[in-house]
Design a protein around this ligand. Structure first.
Ligand code: HEC
Length: 329
């Protein structure tokens, strides 16, 4: 997604009241996290020296470590080590718990770890404990294959051709907007007429549309925006930097009920126009860089309950505490 949100260079000018490096829930949605988590995990496994760095993925890093990471490390990792056990690296798994080894390579029956993950849910000793979801049949099969074949750190993924391939864990999808697909023809016609791009935000049809103007921002003006009214509910992100829109255009946008992100960089909007924006109850990110907005305009944004990020670089406005952040306190 090419947008100013991703341009690291501007980060310093972003006025951001975030409590540390925690990504907000919206960012977690916008930028998929699991890949990062997995890379970090692999990084920590590599840096522990347990796994030789080589291009071919090992069965342990590709299939076993992610299971531990997802289901066990919360209680058996760097923060908590219940029973003196950590399973966040190959070495730690092999080191075992305070009562000794938890698995015996090649011997399922002598492997406490395997016994624990295959107990019935009602058993006091089942792992994960505390009513957390138990491992799937595929996950148990992977761990079984791994222990049976010697619990190796180095055997490659290719050596387990029959191992089940885990299904990617899909996060429950929250629709951001109505399904746009039944209106594809109407959308295409509008693109042609107005000269803006209306791009699906993802492959998921209820993730909404992004209004892109970057190839010809000067063609987009207030009249163009008002023509988008019939599909306003489908728009979740409007990239309007350097367009000709004015406060009049902002008024037209007050009905864009599903808008999450709005970029007004270098437009001629003013503080007056922002009173219309207060109706955008779902807006999370607003870029006002290099506009004439001042404190009176920013004060109007206090009514936006979801606003988490506000760019005021190049304006006369002083930083404010954002509503979404206040609510979190
Ligand atoms: C919610 C916290 C929690 C989670 C999640 C969890 N465990 Fe545990 N685990 C514990 C606690 C507490 C103990 C100590 C009490 C006991 O032995 O039942 C324990 C004990 C164990 C033991 C026995 C250690 C010994 O030497 O007695 C093993 C093996 C184990 N866990 C493996 C796992 C594995 C594998 C996972 C993930 C599939 C997992 N645990 C997930 C809390 C957890």
């Amino acid at each position: 997604m090419a947008s100013w949100l991703n341009r690291g260079g501007r980060a310093g000018s972003a006025f951001r009241l975030s409590s540390g490096g925690q990504p907000s829930s919206s960012e977690a949605r916008f930028f998929a996290q699991p890949v990062v988590a997995r890379l970090l995990l692999m990084g920590s496994l590599l840096s522990s020296g347990a796994i030789p760095a080589r291009a071919e993925p090992t069965f342990f890093t590709a299939r076993i470590a992610p299971i531990f990471e997802q289901h066990c490390v919360g209680c058996h990792g760097p923060e908590k080590h219940k029973a003196g056990l950590r399973v966040d690296s190959f070495e730690n798994v092999m080191r075992g718990s305070e009562s000794g080894e938890i698995l015996k390579p090649g011997d399922l029956k002598a492997s406490e770890l395997f016994r624990r993950i295959t107990l019935p849910a009602s058993d006091d000793e089942v792992m994960p404990s505390d009513g957390k979801p138990l491992l799937s049949a595929d996950e148990i099969t992977l761990i079984r294959l791994w222990i049976e074949s010697g619990a190796s750190a180095t055997r490659s993924l290719a050596e387990y051709p029959d191992a089940p391939v885990p299904k990617p864990t899909r996060q429950a999808h929250v629709p951001l907007a109505p399904d746009w697909t039944p209106r594809a023809a109407e959308i295409a016609a509008l693109e042609k007429e107005i000269g803006v791009k209306l791009v699906p935000r993802s492959k998921i049809p209820t993730d909404g549309l992004v209004v892109r103007t970057a190839s010809a921002p000067q063609r987009c003006d207030d009249a163009a925006l008002s023509k988008l009214a019939p599909i306003a509910a489908l728009i979740v992100d409007a990239e309007l930097a350097r367009t000709k829109i004015t406060d009049e255009g902002l008024k037209a946008m007050a009905t864009w009920e599903n808008l999450r992100k709005l970029d007004l960089t270098r437009t001629s909007i003013t503080s007056d126009g922002l009173s219309a924006c207060a109706a955008l109850k779902k807006l999370e990110v607003l870029n006002l860089t290099d506009t004439a907005v001042d404190d009176t305009g920013v004060a109007r944004l206090k009514e936006m309950p979801m606003l988490q990020r506000l760019w005021l670089f190049g304006t006369k406005a002083a930083p404010v505490e954002l509503p979404a952040k206040l609510a979190a306190h």
